[in-house]
Design a protein around this ligand. Sequence first.
Ligand code: NAG
Length: 231
Amino acid sequence: MKIVVLLSVTTIFIVSCLATLAYASDPSPLQDFCVAVKDADAAVFVNGKVCKNPNMVVAEDFFFPGLNKPGNTSNPVGSRVTPVNVNQIPGLNTLGISAVRIDYAPNGLNPPHTHPRATEILVVMEGTLYVGFVTSNPADPALKNKLFTKYLYPGDVFVFPEGLIHFQFNVGKTNAVAFAGLSSQNPGVITVANAVFGSDPQINPAVLTKAFQVEKNVIDYLQAQFWTNID
Ligand SMILES: *[C@@H]1O[C@H](CO)[C@@H](O)[C@H](O)[C@H]1NC(C)=O
């Protein structure tokens, strides 16, 4: 009997440990909400943001207007991401969710990038997008990273799994518009080309010539480009 009880307790313990490890998004809140204190210079850094006194919380803390307005796509890649995360809505703090609007001029590209902390679910409202993501390195070194792609039309929904490199390309003749939900209050964005070729200070060209297996003049050319972030 004692052994059965012991085994049950052990099982419960292991299951709860696994449950703890299985978080698929930001940690669950321990209260109704934890509206972020809007202070970029806060001297205290926590995993998330410090909570505002709940008695001082107002509806505006959960509000962001104007997502009906197109973003400015006048930039080299012809797209614009308008983020709505904890930096725009302090009430999203600890809630593990956020949104974006993405505008694309004809031929506009949301270039290959990753969100280190979020899965993205994208809904196309207008236009035609060619989208895709690439898997992480396969266990078998003989295999390549796998590309998944799809053409999307208004009403279509597509998922970009957490952390994977993905892109959207407007292949139609008109502007395109999409909205997306992301499973983090602060998904983060790493635009691949910008991070690799446009960092400050620059990555030593010796590193990049070896990594990309090209001549140094190719790396010099890429590092000399003006890499703009569109989000
Ligand atoms: C859009 O961005 C471009 C380039 O930064 C700028 O010149 C232009 O004034 C902007 N347009 C609007 C409507 O804000």
